[in-house]
Ligand binder design. Structure first.
Ligand code: PEP
Ligand code: MN
Length: 366
């Protein structure tokens, strides 16, 4: 267990009930877009507004945020809607500017959490400040690094702390932009039980259609809130267009959420639920891996067709089987199981290859 000196998140005059909802555009683009989005969100009951002012982009050339000129726009959001406003900070300069402009809460982005020097710089700049600071998980699935970032901010004297779970990047393509790896925030909860966890379904999914399921999952896990991107006109957004919801769609989504745990009290999720969750995730990964394997089989089918090679290469098949059984033994997996599994996989693989060959043949005959 990690002991941190925490106090509940608070914003003057706002009762922060579960689920805490934070919403707003990925980026503040223009004063008009920021204000219009904020007004619609406020009309739909959102009390805390987010907008990126400084945008850390993975590749150069993308929109990097409007910078300090956007901060007065957020001040207008506060004055005209009564919402509280939050921005992402990654440097000491960002912290000073945000505080100077009356920003109510700050978050540290995933790329920053992955860098202890940057987190320390932000922590040092936060000394003497008493506002909520939310720490996103680092881009890589490293719980210690996440906890380390939270500790650095805590050691700077920040007591209103929360974690944002925004998923973890992986080399393989998957249905998610960033894989949720729920076991990591679940473990974070075990290690720091009184630290609120807010899930960010927008950056996990990367696609608006998937947001509801991830948000519901976070509620089923008894997490404390959601940060969801919303834009007045998502298709025209300058960043993260595919994952933003209109304020109206956000409201429909939030109204659909079922807060089961809240209804039956704060009972912690039991161990069986957590283990089943892990199984669900592993099965999802297995399916992705099978899909990838079959795509490669199809490429092999095409190669064999182009080079006049027969589909079944018995020597290769024998070698593969021997190798897989050997490897599986080291993991304590039985020979019969591994045999059956690879026979099935191989059969499907051959089937895919012959489909490709037949298709190529049909093309040629036309
Ligand atoms: C964001 O919240 O817009 C953002 C850049 O998120 P992340 O740090 O999770 O990528
Ligand atoms: Mn974004």
């Amino acid at each position: 267990m990690v002991n941190l000196d925490l106090k509940p998140l608070s914003l003057p005059g706002l009762e922060l009930k579960r689920p805490i909802i934070i919403s707003g555009p990925c980026s503040a683009e223009t004063e008009e877009q920021t204000l219009d989005t904020a007004k619609q969100l406020a009309a739909n009951g959102v009390k805390i507004f987010r907008a990126g002012i400084w945008k850390p982009r993975t590749r150069p050339g993308a929109f990097e945020g409007v910078g300090t000129v956007g901060l007065p726009w957020l001040k207008r959001v506060k004055e005209e809607t009564g919402m509280f406003v939050g921005v992402e900070v990654a440097t000491a300069h960002h912290v000073y500017e945000a505080i100077k402009h009356g920003i109510d809460l700050l978050w540290i982005g995933a790329r920053t959490s992955a860098n202890p020097f940057a987190v320390q710089e932000v922590a040092d700049a936060l000394k003497g400040v008493d506002i909520p600071v939310l720490v996103k998980n680092p881009v890589n699935p490293d719980l210690e690094l996440w906890i380390g970032a939270i500790e650095r901010i805590s050691q700077a004297g920040i007591k209103q702390l929360a974690a944002i779970h925004r998923g973890f990047s992986a080399f393989e393509k998957s249905e998610y932009r960033n894989h949720p790896q729920w076991q990591i925030p679940i473990e974070l909860r075990r290690r720091i039980p009184n630290l609120p966890i807010i899930t960010d379904p927008s950056h996990i999914t990367g696609k608006r259609d998937l947001i509801y399921d991830v948000a519901q999952e976070a509620m089923d896990l008894n997490f404390d809130g959601l940060i969801i991107e919303s834009h007045i006109c998502p298709e025209k957004a300058w960043s993260d267009a595919a994952q933003q919801l209109t304020p109206a769609d956000l409201k429909v989504m939030l109204d659909k959420l079922v807060l089961r745990r809240a209804a039956i009290g704060d009972t912690p999720r039991n161990e069986l639920d957590d283990l089943r969750k892990k199984i669900d995730q592993i099965d999802a990964k297995l399916l992705e891996i099978f899909k990838e394997r079959m795509m490669i089989s199809e490429q092999i089918g095409k190669y064999k067709y182009d080079n006049n090679i027969t589909i079944l290469q018995t020597r290769r098949y024998d070698e593969v089987m021997k190798d897989r059984i050997n490897k599986a033994q080291k993991y304590g997996l039985g020979e019969e199981f591994v045999n059956k599994m690879f026979e099935t996989i191989h059969e499907e693989s051959i089937h895919r290859q012959s489909l490709v060959m037949n298709k190529e043949l049909a093309k040629k005959e036309k």
